[in-house]
Write a protein that binds this ligand. Structure first.
Ligand code: BG6
Length: 509
């Protein structure tokens, strides 16, 4: 494989959880896969006072816990750690960025980094404009000698106005092609596979439209609660945390037209067309097609769980949603009239992220299904996680007299590709940024367009005292009114069971 050019990754917020759990383990896995260039360094920058040695020791722990190659021998890990450096500065003070520049100059001499730097902002959002401004102040954003890129973590803005403002401010210090807005969902192999499934196979695409698809369901269910992130989450909620970014990105990959070529511009262009076609919520849609919920305390399989309002750093009267479901439409030629149902929540019965394509039933119900119903819905389930794979539900004759139909599963698991290494989302995205490929990063237009779409929901929930917030017991599938969203008497959400192939409300989880 072609090696990337020499460079450094400068992580702001290096003493935080993301660096420890995700970023350094991902860079270590890149090292193990021989994807790092000869001249390479990671410079961690934060307020906390660490020495290089202390930083390396902490990162070693992170690698041992979270890297794919966590069981690697000490020698290799130590060799990798020798490329890690640390600098403690007050990131809120412009003059302190001189130390960043000086440190980088020294590392450049020592490791021949060719003055190529990627700045990764893994900090609170309040620093998203401060850091670029001060880097600019030291001339560190100008690409006269090497390349300069910046990766911005989520949340990219808090609403439409702040996202526009953030984009405008960033563009004062960096050009758009230097800015990498990360959405880690796009780095997931199975999310990228959505495009491949659609456009590498002749059999799906002819069916992929309003004539054959009745509705589309996108679910991201998590069994964990807000854990120790109450302070952040209580100002965010499920819509900002999961839907505006991750799930609308997934929806765009399900709905987009085939790109002319597989280039960042062509793919981003097609995705943008989907965002622009999202039907804006009317007042009635806000009342009828959007549901929010919040988990309440419950005992699940013998274990007692707190309600959301009793979580640490959460307001006792909080009206933040930990669950949201909505019915939306994409008003274009392909999707006119096809509902897309999106749902996400915390403290649901299981962990699963999947896209379910519900095909229209056969025009005549010739056969009865084995369980007495006439529902013969064919479903294509694109399982994003866990146990990534593709499942097709199709009707088969039950052996014996008569013609009874049973739904059976044609189930393919990614794990069967066991000679293939599946990189983590962060590993893939960091490597892409090192190579200057921003296909899997969000454009400024996409960030703004998706905020524009969800803004009426945010306003409705914030301003209308009558906007309902439904409690749901921890360990349940969310508010039961969510079932009313789905059109058609026989249709409900899919409720995946333990093996993620069978489904139903009452099953083993
Ligand atoms: C993050 C959200 O962006 O995505 C979290 O802030 C959520 O609340 C997480 O748990 C889910 O990511 P994944 O990769 O575990 O599906």
């Amino acid at each position: 494989m072609k090696k990337t050019t020499n460079q450094a990754l400068v992580i702001f917020g290096a003493s935080g959880d993301l660096t420890y759990r995700k970023l350094i383990p991902a860079v270590f896995d890149l090292y193990m896969n021989d994807s790092l260039p000869e001249g390479y360094a990671v410079l961690g920058v934060s307020r906390s006072a660490f020495s290089d040695k202390q930083f390396r020791n902490k990162m070693k722990e992170g690698i041992r816990l979270f890297a794919h190659y966590k069981d690697t021998g000490k020698e290799k890990i130590d060799d990798f750690l020798s490329r890690l450096y640390y600098l403690s500065i007050d990131t809120g003070k412009g003059e302190e960025y001189l130390h960043v520049k000086e440190k980088l100059t020294r590392l450049n001499k020592k490791l021949n980094l060719e003055q190529n730097y990627i700045f990764y902002l893994s900090t609170p959002p309040s620093l998203y404009t401060t850091i670029p401004k001060y880097l600019y102040g030291q001339g560190l954003t100008l690409q006269q000698k090497g390349f300069r890129r910046i990766i911005i973590e989520k949340p990219f803005g808090h609403d439409l106005a702040s996202a526009i403002d953030l984009n405008a401010q960033l563009l004062e210090f960096f050009q758009e092609d230097q800015i990498y807005r990360i959405d880690h969902y796009l780095g997931k192999e199975t999310v990228q596979n959505l495009m491949v499934t659609r456009f590498a196979n002749g059999i799906y695409e002819p069916l992929w439209n309003r004539n054959f698809i009745q509705h589309v369901e996108i679910t991201a269910a998590e069994s964990i609660g807000v854990e120790d992130r109450g302070g952040y989450y209580d100002h965010s909620g499920a819509l900002r945390d999961m839907v505006q970014n991750h799930l609308l990105q997934v929806a765009s990959l399900v709905a987009m037209e085939p790109p002319t070529k597989i280039t960042p511009e062509d793919i981003r262009y097609e995705k943008m067309k989907v965002f622009r076609s999202l039907r804006p919520f009317s007042k009635n849609d806000l009342k009828m097609n959007v549901i929010r919920g919040q988990y309440t305390d419950a005992t699940v399989r013998g274990k007692q769980y707190n309600g959301y309002r009793d979580e640490i750093n959460v307001d006792k009267n909080s009206r933040t949603e930990t669950y949201m479901a909505m019915k939306i439409f994409i008003d274009n030629w392909r999707w006119k009239g096809v509902p897309f149902y999106i749902r996400t929540g915390k403290r649901l019965p299981t962990n699963v992220t999947e896209v379910v394509i519900h095909f229209r039933p056969s025009p005549q119900k010739l056969f009865k299904s084995a369980d007495g119903t006439t529902n013969s819905d064919n479903q294509l389930i694109l399982r994003i996680q866990p146990d990534e794979g593709i499942l097709l539900k199709t009707g088969m004759k039950v052996p014996g007299r008569g013609y009874k139909v049973k739904s059976v599963n044609m189930d393919y698991h990614y794990s069967e590709l066991n000679d293939h290494y599946i990189p983590s989302a962060y590993e893939r995205l960091i490597l892409d940024s090192m190579n200057g490929d921003n296909t899997l990063y969000m454009s400024n237009e996409a960030a703004e367009e998706t905020w524009k779409f969800v803004q009426p929901v945010l306003d409705y929930w914030e301003n209308d005292k009558d906007a309902p917030l439904h409690g749901y017991p921890s360990g349940s599938w969310g508010p039961d009114v969510a079932d009313d969203l789905i059109e058609g008497k026989e249709n409900t959400w899919r409720y995946p069971c333990k093996n993620l192939a069978e489904d139903g409300i009452y099953c083993e989880l």
